[in-house]
Design a protein around this ligand. Structure first.
Ligand SMILES: *[C@@H]1O[C@H](CO)[C@@H](O)[C@H](O)[C@H]1NC(C)=O
Ligand SMILES: *[C@@H]1O[C@H](CO)[C@@H](O)[C@H](O)[C@H]1NC(C)=O
Ligand SMILES: *[C@@H]1O[C@H](CO)[C@@H](O)[C@H](O)[C@H]1NC(C)=O
Ligand SMILES: *[C@@H]1O[C@H](CO)[C@@H](O)[C@H](O)[C@H]1NC(C)=O
Ligand SMILES: *[C@@H]1O[C@H](CO)[C@@H](O)[C@H](O)[C@H]1NC(C)=O
Ligand SMILES: *[C@@H]1O[C@H](CO)[C@@H](O)[C@H](O)[C@H]1NC(C)=O
Ligand SMILES: *[C@@H]1O[C@H](CO)[C@@H](O)[C@H](O)[C@H]1NC(C)=O
Ligand SMILES: *[C@@H]1O[C@H](CO)[C@@H](O)[C@H](O)[C@H]1NC(C)=O
Ligand SMILES: *[C@@H]1O[C@H](CO)[C@@H](O)[C@H](O)[C@H]1NC(C)=O
Length: 576
């Protein structure tokens, strides 16, 4: 089938037969230069990896249907890649970006132009580096304007990207190296940031405070992105509510909420109406702090910024107010699983005539995967600094994913089979156990290493149940799927029950997204229309868990029709 795909594709292009990849006439071009830049926060100056010297990086703005070309030039002595998080990359997996999954990295002094089309998506996404922990500082918003008017009624005065991140006073890439070397956990970040600014609750940080001006009576669209490495976040603005209208670039049924929970990798568009009567300062505090579900050390600090009511839009330099600061009382406390659950339960696809909810009502294949942290026995000739002097790892169905030293997509396309790479990913745990019971196999928390892949035919309606476990501790895991959106048809606490739980699935208007926050000590069932041929990374978007192997790859084979096959690799695809 693969050969068939390769031969026919160019012919069809010449004949002008429907190929989404080349449909649109507008091409938007961007240039990204990956370079070091000295940046100071909290009185610590250090070189951070950036795009074009900007932190956060430049915002990409395109329209639904546009062709996009981003020429990325690597001007540093380390490898890099860029991922366009949430972009479907229909048939253009070569441009997806995860290192060693869809491409070899862009080497020093080299360039690679990511070419793709934004098909049938509109809203807020983002981009970030996809090699080691580079995405800590190499990230930015990716905004897609819709072809049709916005599907919410309020007139929008302005649109405001709000990107959360984490700041380390020391070298963030050294943290990953240290983890891999010693088996220990990572150092927590020193601050959370709003658009790169930690705000005045941190020492030496008053001048680095995010302030957004608003006019009384006007409504604003906040495009909120969680680019933090390791932390789910709560976010609220004092005395104001949000109306959620979109998640992960998919419209939702609007609902009003006092705050949001947003996991790393997720985006949330909300409307905020400036309808309050401010005091003389004109300021309202906005705040983000973690939704903490781990018992291990985490950054438990809070970042704040301000909403400032002004009479006219004329620009003036606005100084942040001096302390004391009162956190919004609508900001959930750090362990508020009740709020996180209620919030997730309110998310529903819009499901309108123009934007139908295409959830698969039936499935062709079901996969059940236990997600766990692991403690690997320390080899006799090494010293391990993880818990119990072992090595921290993580896995899916007891498989810790190892990135190969070549591009899996390239091997797949060229039909290069290598024994270790393409053996089947286990579609259920090696043996069933009480996943959310107390450390079921506390004596043996070892895992297996490999690069096993789940392979499905084109068009498979796939269900994956993601089951959290109590290994070490139950934790909320944001699982991200590349190349596809999916539908979150069910969620719950405890062990998934294959007989009872499917009876309660939402097959009418489940939320459609690219990253699901699997409940702590619970499960989430997602359904995927596997209609995008290629190799796709599935992983926890807590970067430390990806480092430990909480990942898998899945291959969607080409279909019968040439328009259901991968396009050929670009000429400038980096070699390994
Ligand atoms: C950052 O500052 C250090 C110390 O002043 C300097 O040696 C280094 O060249 C600077 N790096 C960049 C990328 O500007
Ligand atoms: C972790 O933090 C400690 C204490 O601040 C510091 O001494 C150590 O160098 C840090 N490790 C890394 C890898 O940054
Ligand atoms: C904002 O909310 C707080 C707490 O509910 C309240 O004390 C305060 O008066 C409110 N401020 C304004 C300006 O409405
Ligand atoms: C954050 O964690 C530290 C150390 O674990 C603890 O001392 C501190 O009280 C915590 N702060 C908050 C706000 O919970
Ligand atoms: C420990 O031994 C194994 C197996 O012989 C070897 O692969 C590994 O490199 C050794 N580790 C160290 C730190 O020497
Ligand atoms: C491609 O892979 C398939 C399945 O592994 C194998 O049967 C076939 O012979 C391969 N084709 C080529 C040209 O290597
Ligand atoms: C799993 O373990 C938990 C905690 O010990 C217990 O409450 C629950 O009943 C167990 N479930 C099953 C199916 O055994
Ligand atoms: C995972 O694999 C390791 C290594 O083979 C094994 O010792 C362990 O029992 C397995 N654990 C589970 C939960 O399957
Ligand atoms: C960059 O990637 C290439 C291809 O995988 C690899 O051979 C090389 O060692 C890497 N370079 C660095 C500095 O890590």
């Amino acid at each position: 089938m693969k050969k068939f795909c390769h031969l026919l594709f160019p012919t069809l292009l010449l004949l002008g037969i429907f190929v989404p990849y080349s449909l649109s006439s507008t091409t938007r071009r961007f240039e990204f230069s990956v370079e070091w830049k000295n940046v100071t926060r909290l009185c610590y100056t250090r070189p951070i990896l950036t795009v074009n010297g900007q932190y956060p990086g430049p915002t990409i703005i395109v329209h639904e249907g546009d062709n996009v070309e981003v020429k990325v030039t690597n001007r540093v002595a380390i490898n890099t890649t860029i991922h366009w998080h949430g972009i479907r990359q229909y048939r253009t997996g070569w441009a997806d970006g995860p290192a060693y999954i869809t491409q070899c990295p862009i080497g020093t002094g080299k360039s690679y132009t990511y070419k793709f089309t934004v098909v049938d998506q509109r809203g807020t996404l983002w981009w970030h580096a996809h090699l080691s922990w580079q995405r800590a500082t190499v990230n930015g918003a990716f905004i897609i304007y819709p072809r049709m008017p916005y599907q919410f009624s309020a007139p929008i005065q302005d649109e405001i990207p709000i990107m959360f991140g984490e700041w380390w006073n020391l070298d963030v890439m050294a943290i990953e190296k240290y983890m891999m070397l010693t088996g220990d956990g990572p150092n927590s970040s020193d601050a959370y940031t709003i658009n790169g600014l930690p705000g005045p609750l941190y020492s030496c940080s008053l001048k680095d405070t995010f302030i957004q001006t608003v006019e009384h009576g006007k409504t604003y669209l906040l495009r909120i992105i969680n680019a933090a490495l390791n932390d789910e976040l709560f976010f609220a603005v004092a005395n104001h509510t949000f109306t959620v209208v979109e998640i992960d670039a998919v419209y939702t049924k609007p609902f009003t909420t006092k705050a949001i929970m947003i996991a790393p990798g997720q985006t949330t568009n909300v409307l905020l109406t400036a309808n309050q009567k401010p005091d003389h300062s004109g300021m309202f505090v906005m705040a983000a702090r973690p939704y903490l579900t781990s018992v291990f050390p985490f950054d438990n600090s809070t970042t704040i910024g301000f909403l400032k009511y002004i009479k006219t839009t004329k620009t003036e330099t606005i100084q942040p107010p001096l302390p004391p600061y009162t956190l919004p009382d609508n900001l959930p406390p750090m362990h508020d699983t009740v709020f996180a659950t209620k919030f997730a339960n309110k998310l529903r696809s819009l499901g309108s005539a123009d934007y139908p909810c295409n959830v698969p009502k039936t499935v062709d294949k079901k996969v059940f995967t236990a997600i766990s942290l692991n403690l690997q026995d320390c080899p006799a000739n090494e010293t391990c600094k993880g818990f119990r002097n072992k090595r921290f790892l993580a896995s899916m169905n007891n498989q810790s994913f190892i990135r190969p030293s070549t591009s899996i997509l390239e091997c797949h396309y060229k039909n290069l089979t290598s024994a270790n790479l393409f053996s089947n990913f286990p579609e259920k745990p090696p043996f069933p156990f009480n996943y959310t019971g107390v450390d079921p196999v506390a004596e043996n928390m070892n895992t297996k290493f490999g690069s096993k892949l789940l392979v499905v035919p084109f068009g498979t309606k796939l269900e994956i149940v993601l089951q959290d476990t109590n290994f070490l501790n139950p934790e909320n895991h944001p699982i991200h799927v590349h190349g596809h959106n999916f539908f979150v048809v069910g969620r719950g606490f405890g062990n998934y029950n294959p007989l009872k739980d499917p009876l309660h699935y939402n097959l009418v208007d489940p939320p459609e997204r690219n990253t699901v926050a699997v409940p702590m000590g619970g499960w989430a069932a997602i359904r995927i229309n596997a209609d995008n041929p290629g190799v796709w990374f599935v992983h926890c978007h807590l970067e430390e868990h990806t480092t430990w192997g909480l990942a898998m790859g899945f291959i969607v084979e080409g279909g019968k029709h040439p328009s259901q096959c991968l396009v050929p690799p670009p000429d400038d695809l980096p070699p390994c």
